[in-house]
Design a binder for this molecule. Structure first.
Ligand SMILES: *Cc1c(COP(=O)(O)O)cnc(C)c1O
Length: 386
């Protein structure tokens, strides 16, 4: 930790990298796979870039500091970070996951880890009694998103982490939607934080990467071992882009949230809008819990249009807001969870999770909010049928 105390400074100064040779202000891109060694069995600091690379190490130190952890690990994607965390467990173990999580998280558990004997139960983590009741003897970890994808369901992280700890179970939080600027799960009792850094941390829709942070030294050693052994590491250039993106996280998030709050208020007052899901709106599920554990409701909004509106026409008519997978970039993106991010979840289960066919998910960018609202307005208008 350098000569500063606040998150805004840590985003720019964190990670304490020093290039003694040139005193370069920015972390250089060490585009190398290997490093010359001076003697046999010399135990050099850098030996091979899967094991360690100075650009990646700077990013890992930065995210560890921002999340308040002891060690950070960078991966080639958010899914690679989640896979590495799941590699901590073994056949016969059971993982609990939030009722709505990223579709890929569900898919990797069901289709990649289940065949190896890792079991998985879905539990409503917003309900502490349901979490307590799900704590079977073979449960080893609980994986939470708060707010969760795509219904923005809020889980009381401290409460769930407390229950998990009492049962000797690890709490893993996917903090992608909030970032450490808005929410710091390790301080609330979580053991592991994972990120799709592709989203807000990168922030410009120009890279795919993942991060994981832990507090405990033993967990750090095991995750570091898995990172090197399985090898899903990002290249130095992506690490550089991510460090660069993180520097502006505070100003970006402030504007993302300001715009999202205005859009959420506008949507909830619109007669064609059936329902708005946004944890920053008073009266929303988990509003109070979210206000306690996070700085704001973030910038992801989901909503449905009334039945006399066609969501297909709505998507087709948007002019500024882009129909695309992903979120967290400076540009506003909209997606259709049923056929896009959550298409890998069987329809019946998806509907039971509350992810209806007409659900629309909006990642509010940092364009002028009036342009966003005008675009939504004309698309909602055009979507009216009969
Ligand atoms: C995108 C996303 C992931 C997966 O990350 P990738 O970088 O796409 O592999 C995981 N969790 C959440 C919440 C996400 O939004």
């Amino acid at each position: 930790m350098g000569n500063y105390r606040r998150m805004e400074s840590a985003l720019i100064r964190g990670g304490a990298f020093e290039d003694g040779q040139t005193r370069s202000v920015n972390v250089p891109i060490y585009q190398t796979s290997t490093y010359a060694q001076t003697e046999l069995e010399g135990k050099p600091k850098w030996e091979y870039s899967r094991t360690g690379n100075p650009t990646r190490a700077a990013l890992e130190a930065l995210i560890a500091e921002l999340e308040g952890g002891s060690a950070g690990f960078a991966f080639g994607s958010g899914m690679a970070a989640i896979a590495a965390v799941l590699n901590l467990f073994r056949s016969g173990d059971r993982i609990l996951i939030s009722g709505n999580v990223y579709g890929g998280t569900y898919r990797i558990l069901e289709q990649v880890f289940a065949p190896f004997g890792l079991k998985c139960d879905i539990v409503d983590t917003a309900d502490p009694e349901a979490v307590e009741a799900a704590m079977a003897r073979d449960v080893v970890a609980i994986l939470i998103e708060s707010p969760a994808n795509p219904l923005l369901t809020v889980t009381d992280l401290a409460m769930v982490a407390g229950i998990a700890r009492a049962h000797g179970v690890l709490t893993v939080v996917d903090n992608t939607f909030m970032t450490p600027y808005l929410q710091r799960p390790l301080e609330l009792g979580a053991d592991i934080v994972v990120h799709s850094a592709t989203k807000y941390l990168g922030g410009h829709s120009d890279l795919v990467a993942g991060l994981a942070v832990v507090k405990d030294a033993h967990l750090a050693e095991r995750l570091g071992f898995i990172q090197n052994a399985t090898g899903a590491v990002p290249g130095p250039f992506d690490c550089f882009l991510l460090i660069r993106g993180i520097k502006t996280l505070a100003v970006r998030m402030d504007r993302h949230v300001e715009n999202a709050e205005a859009v959420a208020r506008w949507l909830s007052a619109h007669p064609a809008v059936e329902r708005v899901y946004y944890p920053g709106l008073p009266g929303a599920q988990g509003f109070e819990v979210n206000r306690r554990q996070a700085k704001s409701g973030g910038a992801m909004i989901s909503f449905t249009l009334r039945p006399q509106h066609s969501f297909r026409t709505f998507f087709r008519t948007l002019k500024l807001i882009t129909l695309a997978e992903s979120l967290g970039g400076v540009e506003s993106l909209v997606c259709h969870p049923a056929t896009m991010t959550h298409a890998s979840i069987p329809r019946e289960l998806r509907l039971r999770m509350g992810i209806s066919d007409n659900l629309i998910r909006l990642s509010v960018g940092i364009e002028h909010v009036d342009d966003l609202i005008e675009d939504l307005e004309q698309a909602i208008e055009a979507s009216r049928e009969g």
